[in-house]
Ligand binder design. Sequence first.
Ligand code: NDP
Length: 407
Amino acid sequence: MNKVLIIGAGGVGNVVAHKCAMVPEVFGEITLASRTVSKCDAIAAEVKQRTGRVIATAKVDADDPKQTAELIRRTGAKLVINVALPYQDLTIMDACLEAGCDYMDTANYEPKDVAKFEYSWQWAYQEKFTKAGLSALLGSGFDPGVTNVYTAWALKHHFDEIHTLDIIDVNGGNHGKAFATNFNPEINIREVTAECRHWEDGKFVETPPMSLHQAFTCPQGVGTYEIYRMYHEELESLVKHIPTIKRAQFWMSFSPNYLKHLEVLGNVGMTRIDPVIYNGVEIVPLQFLKAVLPDPGDLGKTTKGKTCIGNVITGLKNGKFKAIYVYNICDHEACFAEVGSQAISYTTGVPAMIGAKQVLEGNWRKPGVWNIEQHDPDAFMADLNVHGLPWQFIELSEEQAKAFHVA
Ligand code: NDP
């Protein structure tokens, strides 16, 4: 019987716990751990109520690899699903190596004091995991995660060569608050205020944050939204593993209201990540801001509307131009009814469960450190249809691919 340890009891941890509990044949025994055990207990109670399954809970500070390794041993976990914060990635990887356990996450490691998004720190663990005979799966959320798998699947089934990739993340949901972020505010704001980078002709090109935007019409009546080009971590691994890509860009939708608040918060210094002294105490403005903003985990109750996340991919098949758009549409209210979370946590937590399932079932159990697109996409794509994130794809003409937006 497979035993798993989930670390992190936020919005995503809630979805992962529910979805793992719904697949008992793969996830035999589940422990949910976080710094604040009361959050784990509250999730465990909801899981019991919705699925009838009992999951164990524990307290852990995952910044401490020794403490984390001890918990892994105590629970007998074969796999740790890390849905804490990106700051904990390396200490949890160290703990897995110490305790002899496989590892997976949904976001690349970030140092706390600088908003730097790159895989170098985690890729440096390749030799350690290979030697230990353990698997590490990086980035099994939606983006990164499903968007990488969409790309690998497109390459396997639709293209001989991929030339352009545009990942488009639209959140058409409305939570009814003046300002809130859909996942951890600190991580979200660090990401959207960072310099934009996109891949063009063999190198990353830097441009000011939010400087390029355009309207994008989602399929199936989800609506038309303004999407902004920004850097996102999956670009780094995708252009490395699919070297025929000439241009790769990531786009996310933002409402004028969100951008207005962000601009003001930035102007007054509230998005700073360097410490300031306040009343003799050192505080980081962005961490303080997180404490006063709505908890993303609570937004599910009020959020209405849909997300639409997908990839426009162009390239060659049998020497001819080909273009496809592969995407998922997810309804905030349906997610809340199923697991008590909004769609952003849901679209991250479901692929985390599915990635964990591939590792535990052995499809993706290969010693070393792997980005998700390096594995065979087929079983994961099939599971998306079964476990709540069905996908569709349409073939586009050259004209449509251009009109679809992409700069
Ligand atoms: P939340 O802030 O809601 O939850 C984070 C959880 O991690 C909290 O329960 C928190 O602890 C716990 N935690 C933080 N530090 C530690 C620590 N040192 N030891 C143990 N637990 C700790 O975040 P989300 O649920 O919104 O996001 C979770 C992860 O998912 C993040 O890494 C985020 O970047 C990623 N993500 C990925 C996406 C994708 O598509 N790939 C999309 C959205 C998010 P405590 O119990 O004290 O509160």
